[in-house]
Design a protein. Structure first.
Length: 238
């Protein structure tokens, strides 16, 4: 999760550098920038960051749910080997999701180069090349993950309240669940407005280009910036 958040920082750093580089002359180099390998590369980086983050949060939410809300299911805590393989699979899937459109439309760089921010939300001009894939990722995968996490955490906290006096729930497990809930909550607060804006765009409601910039530069990375702080300051000090 920390690595995926770091990748978002790399993406924003490159965007900031290019903004300074082209300031005042961007219109002269817009096509060159959006068609460049660098634009595609940082677009892939940002996509991997966002998708891996969502999948890790979904995976850990489900794992906590099985451990806390269904204590008699026979589910055991993750050991190092299982956790390692699970994270590797998540990163591989995230990389495939990010790279697949580049390979599919290999004769063009326009999937990531539809705008100067190199991120394929497709909300200012929603029906450009690859819009179906963009909708599949951001409305299909991410929205489904957010709904899943909402259901899982609702069931988990209901179970904690219902059995809080029982000895079957380890105090450390429940504390971890509460701490991790804050991270999931910020992620949901990040993706909820993006989902709404994406749906509005697909309904052909005009979305200003300036809003696109705010979404990608501010709303999308906010959970990547908050996750380390939330995890650090909500972890008990020993």
């Amino acid at each position: 999760l920390a690595v995926s958040d770091f990748l978002m920082g790399v993406y924003l750093t490159v965007i900031a550098y290019e903004d300074i580089k082209f300031r005042g002359t961007y219109n002269n180099y817009a096509h060159q920038w959006m068609s460049s390998v660098t634009c595609t590369a940082i677009g892939i980086t940002a996509m991997i960051s966002s998708e891996v983050s969502v999948m890790i949060l979904s995976f850990l939410s489900l794992e906590r749910f099985l451990l806390i809300a269904v204590p008699f299911s026979g589910h055991q805590k993750l050991n190092l080997t299982t956790a390692t393989y699970s994270i590797i699979v998540i990163w591989v899937v995230g990389a495939i999701i990010a790279v697949a459109p580049v390979l599919h439309w290999r004769s063009s760089t326009r999937f990531y180069g539809t705008n100067g921010l190199c991120f394929p939300l497709h909300i200012d001009i929603p029906y450009l090349m690859g819009w179906q894939y963009s909708a599949f990722v951001f409305l299909g995968i991410n929205t489904t993950a957010m709904v899943l996490m909402g259901i899982v955490y609702s069931a988990m906290f209901f179970s904690i309240v219902k059995t809080r006096t029982a000895t079957t729930i380890n105090l450390g497990d429940s504390e971890f669940a509460v701490r991790f809930f804050l991270i999931v909550l910020t992620d949901a607060m990040c993706w909820a407005p993006i989902t709404v804006i994406k749906i509005l765009a697909l309904c052909r409601i005009p979305i200003p280009g300036t809003l696109y910039a705010w979404v990608v530069v501010f709303i999308l990375p906010v959970n990547s910036a908050l996750n380390p702080l939330l995890y650090t300051f909500t972890t008990p000090k020993y």
